[in-house]
Design a protein around this ligand. Structure first.
Ligand SMILES: O=C(O)CCC(=O)C(=O)O
Length: 293
């Protein structure tokens, strides 16, 4: 991962995905790429998030506290969801600006991107949940097919994309993100699609991957937090990306101070300063992936 001092030389691969990875993404609406981060990078990020958690808990009122400009958007003893973590530790900006991950987001958006949100979740098994209860997830989307998606060169694009990296190993009982495959393209009621998935759970895929793997998807895909049945804690880090003329998520616009001290080469990514000068870029399916720049 690059450090702040080398951000000025940042080059991103294009296309970032192999033809088979791109096809998988088009068909299912998501892609899991294993080991995008090194063990050191995973350790550094996990430490940054555990420190953030400790500092929030130390305030005595985590649900209402502000720590290094981050907030807690969901607070339950077994589930903490942090919002706007970008300014809280340099390791997190390094993650959000990781050339290969940003390149993956750009490929799905269809051009240059800005960071729309930076979030993290540290969660463990709900001690009150019945492990044998029927399947029930908090399925949701951030946009829907048609107004948030389009096709170019026959390939699917979405203007609201997430890279979600697990910093702990995810086995089948460890609550990896779940999604309803194909829902990124289906122009039907979300509730009716969800009902189909509960009727046929083979339509629900779950992330199972070693620590340091990245789930890439567009927010038109119906998705949710998985259910943890094991005793292992899950730690994930989330980057959201949009074209530069879009706004950051509510309350996630970077502070002026942070933008001012961001290396110049990363400012458009962090602040969306390119605005309507969106650099569109599209691949064809058969284009070979460029090795990491
Ligand atoms: O907890 C998860 O795995 C899902 C996160 C999520 O729903 C999101 O980033 O929109």
């Amino acid at each position: 991962m690059q450090t702040s001092s080398t951000h000025g030389e940042q080059q991103r691969p294009f296309p970032a995905l192999t033809p088979a990875q791109r096809y998988h993404l088009d068909v299912y609406g998501y892609l899991v790429i294993e080991n995008t981060l090194t063990e050191n990078e995973v350790g550094r990020l996990r430490e940054a998030l555990q420190r953030l958690k400790r500092d929030f808990l130390a305030t005595g009122d985590p649900a209402n506290a502000l720590v290094r400009k981050a907030r807690v958007s969901t607070y339950k003893p077994h589930h903490m969801h942090f919002a706007h973590v970008m300014e809280s530790d340099p390791a997190i900006l390094d993650y959000l600006a990781h050339p290969r991950l940003v390149a993956m987001a750009e490929e799905l958006v269809g051009g240059s991107v800005r960071i729309e949100e930076s979030e993290a979740i540290i969660n463990s098994r709900d001690p009150h949940a019945n492990p044998n209860a029927p399947l029930a997830y908090g399925f949701h989307t951030g946009t829907r097919p048609q107004y948030g998606t389009y096709t170019e060169n026959g390939l699917y694009h979405c203007n609201f994309v997430k890279t979600l990296t697990n910093l702990t190993d995810l086995g089948p009982d460890d609550g990896g993100t779940v999604c309803i495959v194909g829902s990124h393209k289906i122009q039907c009621s979300e509730q009716e699609i969800i009902a189909c998935a509960y009727e046929d759970p083979s339509l629900i895929h779950q992330v199972i991957a070693p620590a340091g793997s990245t789930l890439l998807f567009g927010e038109a895909l119906i998705h949710a937090t998985g259910r943890i049945r094991s005793d292992r804690e899950r730690v994930i880090l989330i980057g959201g990306y949009t074209p530069p003329m879009f706004q950051a998520w509510n309350g996630q616009e970077p502070s002026a101070d942070f933008v001012a001290q961001t290396p110049e080469a990363l400012r458009p990514l962090v602040s969306g300063s390119d605005k309507w000068q969106w650099k569109r870029r599209f691949r064809t399916l058969g284009m070979r992936a460029q090795a990491d720049a």
